[in-house]
Design a protein around this ligand. Structure first.
Ligand code: NAP
Length: 259
C-alpha cells in the first residue's frame, strides 16, 4: 500500500463484535483475522490442519492488542464440524456478527484431465463450505437483527480461467450464492457481499510457475501483486458500520488487471 493512503480507522470500530474467519491460519484469511482483531473484534480463527500456524495467528493478535482470539479446527465442508464450530463461537462469545467465508483450495488442471476428486474437493471446500458456515452463522445474526457476511470469491469466478474450471465454478457459484442470500436476508439488517481478488501473494499463488507469475504481472496496471493486507482492508470496510448500505455486490480487487 502506498504511504499516506492507509484507511483511517478508529481502533474501536469493531469493538464488541464477534467475527468468524474461515481458513485464517495463513494468507488472506490470516491478514483478515489480524485486521478485524486490530479494530477490536473478537475473532475465531478457523483452520483445517495447520494448528501451529493458527496458534501463531492467535499469538500475533494477542501481541498487537485489540480483540481476543481463539483457534478452531474444522473442515468447512463437513456439516457436523461447521455446526460444532459455530456453537463453540456462540457459546463462548454469545453471537456471530461477522462471517468471512475465506477457506479455499485449488486443484488446477484442464477439464479433460480433471479427476472427479479434483472437482468435488474444490466445490465442497469453496462453495459447500461457504453455504454451511452461512447457514449456521445466520441463526445468530437473524436473532440479533444484525450481521455481515463477506465471501472471498475470485476474479476467476467473474471471468473464468483456463485450467481452473472447478475453481472458477466454485467462485462463480459463490457470487450467485452471495447475491441470492443478500436478497433473502436484507430485511434482517444483514449484508452479504463478495470480494473477488486477482493475484494475491500467498502460498496458493506461490506454487504457480514463474512464467505464469510474470505473464500476470505484465498485465497489472498497478505493477505489483496484491498483498493479503490489501484484501483485509476491503473486508474490514465491508464488515464495518460504514458499509451498511452495501449488499449483494461483488468487489474486484485486482490492481486493475482484469476489470
Ligand atoms: P492459502 O494461503 O492456501 O490458505 C488457505 C487457507 O484455507 C488456510 O488457512 C487453510 O487451512 C484453509 N483451508 C483450506 N481448506 C479448508 C477446509 N476444508 N476447511 C477449513 N479451512 C480450510 O490461500 P489464500 O491465497 O490465502 O486464499 C484465501 C482465499 O482467497 C481462498 O478462498 C482463495 O480461493 C481466495 N483467493 C485467493 C487469491 C490469491 O491470489 N491468493 C485470489 C483470488 C481468491 P490450513 O492452513 O489448515 O491448511
Amino acid at each position: 500500500m502506498l504511504p499516506g493512503f492507509e484507511t483511517v480507522w478508529q481502533v474501536s470500530e469493531l469493538e464488541g463484535r464477534v467475527s468468524l474467519v474461515t481458513g485464517a491460519s495463513r494468507g488472506i484469511g490470516k491478514a483478515i483475522a489480524l485486521k478485524l482483531a486490530s479494530l477490536g473484534s473478537k475473532v475465531a480463527v478457523n483452520y483445517r490442519e495447520r494448528e501451529a500456524e493458527a496458534n501463531s495467528v492467535i499469538e500475533a493478535i494477542a501481541s498487537q492488542g485489540g480483540g481476543e482470539a481463539i483457534a478452531i479446527k474444522a473442515d468447512v465442508a463437513d456439516t457436523e464440524a461447521v455446526k460444532a464450530m459455530v456453537e463453540q463461537v456462540t457459546d463462548r462469545w454469545g453471537s456471530i456478527d461477522i462471517l468471512v467465508n475465506n477457506a479455499g483450495i485449488t486443484r488446477d488442471t484442464l477439464v479433460l484431465r480433471m479427476g472427479d476428486k479434483d472437482w468435488d474437493e474444490v466445490i465442497d471446500t469453496n462453495l459447500r463450505g461457504a453455504y454451511l458456515c452461512t447457514k449456521f452463522a445466520l441463526r445468530s445474526m437473524i436473532r440479533q437483527r444484525r450481521g455481515r457476511i463477506i465471501n472471498i470469491s475470485s476474479i476467476a469466478g467473474v471471468m473464468g480461467n483456463p485450467g481452473q474450471s472447478n475453481y472458477a465454478a466454485s467462485k462463480g457459484g459463490l457470487i450467485a450464492f452471495t447475491k441470492s442470500v443478500a436478497r433473502e436476508i436484507g430485511s434482517r439488517n444483514i449484508t452479504v457481499n463478495a470480494v473477488a481478488p486477482g493475484f494475491i501473494a500467498t502460498d496458493m499463488t506461490d506454487k504457480l510457475p514463474s512464467e505464469r507469475k510474470e505473464s500476470v504481472l505484465a498485465i497489472i496496471p498497478l505493477q505489483r501483486f496484491g498483498e493479503p493486507e490489501d484484501v483485509a482492508e476491503l473486508v474490514a470496510f465491508l464488515a464495518s458500520e460504514k458499509a451498511g448500505y452495501i449488499t449483494g455486490q461483488v468487489i474486484c480487487i485486482d490492481g486493475g488487471a482484469f476489470t
